[in-house]
Design a protein around this ligand. Structure first.
Ligand code: PMP
Length: 314
């Protein structure tokens, strides 16, 4: 991944992709204290779109705000402001000539010191962007995926900070995902330390029962931007959305279940722990919300054009 053409925004400058390097004593590499985001740019202005043709970043300001909040929680000073970072995102999409992209901003500590007590650390910031085809197969969007409840518990709110999208939090996600894949599933469902449903390895979860949408409260799951978007889209078309504690057996007997996330988008779940959910494929509510979500990200929804940032700056 390191040996390719292109540019990466690194501490305020665009530098060649291959030169965007750090030292092996980079503090964040050792202790995991860093924060990041996953952001996407979609090609807008295609069939039926309300926008000019070109890439637009979905809910950029919200992602950048969450990055800064994550840094605040981790007590990491940020050497740039939100506006500078927003512009950096637009720049890397433009300069790499991408029409669709996954963007990865990250703030990390450098190699200015070692050990937990290091006090001269500086925060460095990167924004990279690359083409990233669908996270799941196109069939998965329609047929749904197989999930298993993880043997790994999601973070306790007083062990790692669940509101922060912090690098170190993701060892838990990776352990859970690797286990799920080993068990022949495509994703893991993690429970909170009390045994209630929290989220996927990199997604929030929703279930649909008797026409009502339910999703876990924001206690041990990330405040997902796709989650927020889907709640708004659902409410706009008249669905009731309830945030509450959910048990794993409520998922087994739900009519529909789906994950939401920047990478996963709106992804149906067809099976959990060997139990078929609903009809065992994408249900009608999931299908409708998926369509509304794609309309929004691809600029086909006049009411949600405010969620898009045109990278050309116009
Ligand atoms: N939960 C976790 C643990 C995640 O990593 C992500 C992806 N950022 C999400 C939920 C979904 O968040 P978003 O919709 O903002 O991508």
């Amino acid at each position: 991944f390191a040996d390719r053409d292109g540019v990466i925004w690194f501490d305020g400058e665009l530098i060649p992709w291959r030169d965007a390097r750090v030292h092996v004593l980079t503090h964040t590499l050792h202790y995991g204290m860093g924060v990041f985001e996953g952001v996407r740019a979609y090609q807008t202005g295609v069939a039926g779109a309300q926008t000019e043709s070109g890439p637009s970043i979905f809910r950029l300001q919200e992602h950048t705000r969450r990055l800064f909040r994550s840094a605040k929680i981790m007590n990491m000073p940020m050497p740039f402001d939100e506006e500078q970072l927003n512009e950096a995102h637009c720049q890397v999409v433009r300069e790499n000539n991408l029409s669709e992209a996954y963007l990865r901003p990250m703030a990390f500590y450098g190699s200015e010191g070692m050990g937990l007590r290091a006090d001269a650390l500086q925060t460095h910031v990167i924004v990279a962007a690359w083409e990233w085809p669908s996270y799941m197969s196109p069939e998965a969007r329609e047929l749904g995926i197989k999930v298993n409840t993880s043997s790994y518990t999601r973070h306790h709110v007083n062990i790692s900070m669940c509101k922060a999208k912090a690098n170190g939090n993701y060892i838990n996600s990776m352990l859970a995902l690797q286990e799920a894949v080993r068990n022949g599933c495509e994703e893991a469902l993690l429970l909170d330390p009390e045994g209630y449903v929290a989220e996927g390895s990199g997604e929030n979860i929703f279930i649909v029962s008797d026409g009502v949408l339910y999703t876990p409260e924001l206690t041990s799951c990330l405040d997902g931007i796709t989650r927020r978007s889907v709640i708004q889209l659902a409410e706009e078309c008249g669905y009731r959305v309830v945030e509450k504690r959910i048990t794993r057996d409520e998922v087994y007997i739900a009519d529909e279940a789906f994950f939401t996330g920047t990478a996963a988008e709106v992804l149906p779940i067809r099976m959990l722990d060997g139990r078929t959910i609903g009809a065992g494929r994408r249900g009608p509510v999931t299908r409708r919300l998926q369509q509304l979500y794609f309309d929004a990200v691809q600029g086909r929804s006049q009411a949600h054009l405010g969620w898009l940032t045109d990278v050309s700056g116009s």
